[in-house]
Design a protein around this ligand. Structure first.
Ligand SMILES: Nc1ncnc2c1ncn2[C@@H]1O[C@H](COP(=O)(O)OP(=O)(O)OP(=O)(O)O)[C@@H](O)[C@H]1O
Ligand SMILES: [Mg+2]
Length: 467
């Protein structure tokens, strides 16, 4: 019962019903029009025939008087399938014809009348219907000529019956069609509902069934499936991040607590306490940096950063970041070279791109001086343009990243074994990768023979001032 109710409530079924009503109204109108016109046509034919006969008969009367009229009428009345005739005196006494009885008073005045009558030669008592015309002859005799309406009524009945049956057929077929279509739709929608229930129960691998016919339900299912796939990857990413955070932040926090406990237990002098507190502050600062980096990555991955785009000069950004790192490089005896050139206007999130470049430079400075035996470290920063793309390149001549690890180091919290001695949280390149994704560009890590060549490739974007 509820299944049937569900079926009747579907849009497909309601639409069928509306079409059915429209079609039925149209069919009724058409049949009515047909019936009405057939009836009129037959009536016209009868009146014409009767008029012609009356003209003919009154001519006979004019030529040969009542005697001749009576003879002609008797003759005609006897023919099979003849019209109805009656000739009477002024007082209504029948002289000739084939009409047995008529309603009284019918012959009193002239004109067209629809009446019931009985034929003379028929013994039965059936009353028939006829269309008759009464005509008064000059000397007071009356002439009635008419035709039976049985044919007309019969035709009319046929049309009405045909109408009734075809209407019934339309309704039955329409309802069956609606039922069928609605059921088909309902089966598919039910399958979709079932899948969504599975998904809501936490199984994100569930996908809506696609019939393959390419209809609107298929398109809807395909799009929803794409959306589900995207949500699934996002959820997986989110889970990975939270796992990473839980894991990687636990270590520094545990260290923090252990150190504090140790200081409480072992510190004797004010100097010991001070040293312990300083170590705590340093550790906390590292934690805060890690959180900042994570927040920045999250921002780069959210849609909000995409709205926050401005026009700026790529060369200016590159040299600006290089300038910022110059004192640090100087301190460590590293030569920092920034390429200068024509301005390269581009469009993007300026703050995030600067931070990405800063991360490149930070790495180059941090890791290029690991083995003292190598040549004097040189770092080059550059921004160039090729077609519609801008290349931000930072190269160093340090140890570089082994090819097998180049894909890995862009993941969150991933650091090479060799770099453990240098502080860092393994989030720098993750941010660069996120910034590249945000702008529809890419992060390339290449061999600089020796050293690392880190390239951030970004589309120039829809920049206003083209040069
Ligand atoms: N220029 C480089 N030369 C050698 N190794 C590098 C270089 N840049 C990055 N790496 C390696 O890639 C790892 C990941 O770098 P990333 O910038 O993501 O993290 P991090 O520098 O360790 O920490 P953070 O940047 O968050 O302070 C580094 O730990 C390091 O091992
Ligand atoms: Mg780094």
């Amino acid at each position: 019962m509820t299944a049937l109710g569900k079926l009747f409530r579907t849009t497909a079924f309601k639409l069928t019903l509306v079409y059915l009503v429209v079609f039925a109204v149209f069919a009724i109108f058409l049949l009515g029009y047909f019936a009405f016109n057939t009836r009129r046509l037959i009536t016209d034919q009868i009146t014409q025939t009767v008029d012609a006969e009356i003209t003919g008969l009154s001519e006979q009367y004019n030529q040969g008087g009542i005697r001749r009229l009576v003879t002609v009428v008797e003759n005609r009345a006897r023919r099979p399938g003849s019209s109805l005739y009656l000739v009477t005196t002024f007082s209504g006494e029948g002289l000739a014809g084939n009409v047995g009885s008529l309603p009284t008073g019918l012959l009193n005045d002239d004109g067209w009348k629809e009446t019931i009558y009985r034929r003379q030669d028929e013994s039965d008592t059936v009353e028939r219907r006829a269309l008759v015309r009464v005509f008064q002859l000059p000397s007071g005799f009356r002439l009635l000529v008419g035709r039976d309406l049985e044919e007309r009524e019969h035709l009319y009945e046929i049309v009405v019956a045909a109408g009734k049956w075809s209407l019934l057929l339309v309704i039955v077929l329409g309802l069956a069609g609606g039922f069928f279509v609605a059921r088909r739709v309902l089966v598919r929608v039910d399958a979709m509902t079932e899948t969504t229930r599975v998904i809501m129960n936490g199984d994100l691998t569930g996908r809506l069934p696609v019939g393959g016919s390419g209809d609107e339900l298929d398109r809807l299912a395909t799009h929803l499936n794409e959306m589900l796939a995207r949500i699934e990857t996002l959820m997986a990413g989110l889970k990975e991040v939270s796992d990473n955070i839980a894991h990687d932040l636990k270590t520094p926090l545990t260290r923090l607590r252990n150190r504090s406990e140790e200081a409480l237990r072992l510190a004797k002098s004010e100097g010991d306490y001070r040293a312990a507190l300083e170590a705590t502050i340093e550790e906390s600062a590292g934690l805060i940096r890690t959180f900042d980096a994570l927040l920045m990555i999250a921002r780069a991955e959210s849609g909000h950063a995409r709205d926050n785009q401005t026009d700026f000069d790529a060369v200016e950004i590159a040299s600006g970041v290089a300038e910022l790192y110059e004192p640090v490089a100087d301190d460590k005896g590293i030569a920092l070279e920034a390429g200068a050139g024509q301005p390269l206007p581009m469009r993007g999130n300026r703050e995030l791109i600067s931070q990405a470049l800063a991360n490149f430079l930070d790495n180059a400075i941090k890791y290029s001086r690991q083995d003292a035996s190598s040549a004097k470290p040189v770092i080059k920063v550059d921004a160039t343009r090729d077609g519609e793309q801008i290349f931000f390149t930072v190269t160093d001549n340090g140890p570089g990243i082994p090819e097998a690890m180049r894909g890995k180091v862009t993941e969150r919290f991933v650091r090479l074994e060799a770099s453990r001695s240098v502080p860092g949280s393994g989030l720098g390149l993750s941010l660069v990768a996120a910034v590249a994704r945000l702008h529809g560009g890419e992060l390339r890590l290449e061999d600089n023979n020796p050293g690392l060549r880190a390239v951030l490739v970004l589309p120039r974007g829809d920049v206003q001032a083209t040069q």
